[in-house]
Design a protein around this ligand. Structure first.
Ligand code: GGG
Length: 339
């Protein structure tokens, strides 16, 4: 639903004859596909996707497939094999959206940079390791931190900070307890920071950063963290900005060897899926990130301005206190683009 909404918006933009267009290939991969084929995507799916300039992705997960099967079979299959190692998740406080924070939120604006290729999502480990049988099973899940993996995402965060009004990077770990991988991360962070003397830095433990998101979010600009920590923190950030339905993300292969993937932060929301009431803003804002990646930054800003004018005074879905449906909000964004 939300991807169809984003496609309508992009088509409306391209139809304004601004010198670009879209050619869409729709791949029906997901849990319904799994029910029919026993796999989440075509076995040649990566080769098929490789032909595209970008991937516009909805959400993964449904009740008929275990979550780890659907996530690894589709989303992580793509992000890991296409080395989309930088996941950027802006936390935007849009006009007209009420935040649960008790403060003036109008100037709040930070970006969570998620390491997207290793860490706790390395997929390393196993079950039944003790061989001792039911009731005594042992499972191991290992996080992987490589110096090159840490360095590339930390450098990415610093380069991003240089483009922002407040050039500051907050690095988040739990290196007091995770004494190997996250200590390596902290060391790499200090080393890379030395190359960026104009950027303010801090290293914060993830528990303290969770509290900071709520108590002092004005102190944040770019927050870089491991795969799992940044996933959790970005959900917290989206909720503080008013709804998970608003949050956009980009899974980038910065070297452009593979297509990058743009998706709303939210999941498949089985409780409301298919009812025409999902908030399309997260998916539409992800389309704006895709426009940036495709070399159309002016169009990306134009789309973000249209989203802002709709959240400020247009129809709203129920997650942000309105009663409008997905299509009504989509139509309003398209109308705002025309103004
Ligand atoms: N559009 C994002 C999405 O589908 N998320 C599903 C999910 O469960 N993701 C977990 C993760 O990526 O860590």
């Amino acid at each position: 639903e939300v991807i169809a909404a984003g496609q309508q918006v992009l088509e409306a933009m391209a139809n304004g004859s601004r010198g670009y267009g879209f050619e869409w290939i729709h791949y029906p991969w997901g849990s319904a596909y799994y029910a029919e084929h026993g796999v989440m995507m075509d076995p040649k799916g990566l080769e098929m996707l490789q032909e595209s300039d970008a991937i516009y992705f909805g959400a993964v997960g449904w009740e008929n497939v275990p979550d780890h099967t659907s996530l690894w079979g589709l989303r992580l299959n793509i992000t890991q094999n296409f080395d989309q190692w930088a996941n950027i998740r802006p936390v935007k406080f849009l006009p007209g959206i009420e935040s649960p924070l008790r403060m003036d939120t109008s100037a709040l604006d930070w970006i969570v940079v998620r390491e997207n290729s290793e860490g706790e999502y390395a997929g390393l480990g196993g079950r039944n390791l003790s061989g001792r049988g039911p009731g005594y099973e042992v499972a191991v899940q290992t996080a992987l931190f490589t110096e090159t993996g840490c360095e590339r995402i930390i450098r990415f965060a610093f380069d991003l900070a240089l483009t922002r009004d407040v050039p500051k990077v907050s690095s988040v770990t739990k290196s007091n307890a995770q004494q190997y991988g996250m200590v390596l991360w902290d060391e790499v962070f200090r080393r890379v920071a030395a190359d960026y003397p104009e950027v303010e830095t801090e290293s914060v433990l993830v528990d303290a950063m969770s509290a900071r998101f709520v108590l002092a979010p004005q102190s944040l600009s770019v927050v870089v963290a491991s795969n799992l920590f940044a996933d959790i923190l970005s959900d917290l950030g989206s909720a503080l900005a008013g709804s998970l339905g608003l949050a956009a993300s980009a899974n980038l292969n910065p070297e452009r060897r593979f297509p990058s993937m743009f998706e709303p932060v939210h999941g498949s929301a089985p409780d409301i899926a298919g009812r025409g009431i999902s908030n399309p803003v997260g998916a539409i804002a992800s389309a704006a990130l895709m426009l940036d990646h495709l070399g159309l930054p002016g169009e990306a800003r134009r789309l973000e301005a249209a989203i802002g004018s709709v959240t400020a005074s247009g129809p709203k879905t129920r997650d942000v206190g309105g009663a409008a449906g997905t299509q009504e909000v989509t139509d309003a964004v398209i109308a705002a683009l025309a103004q």
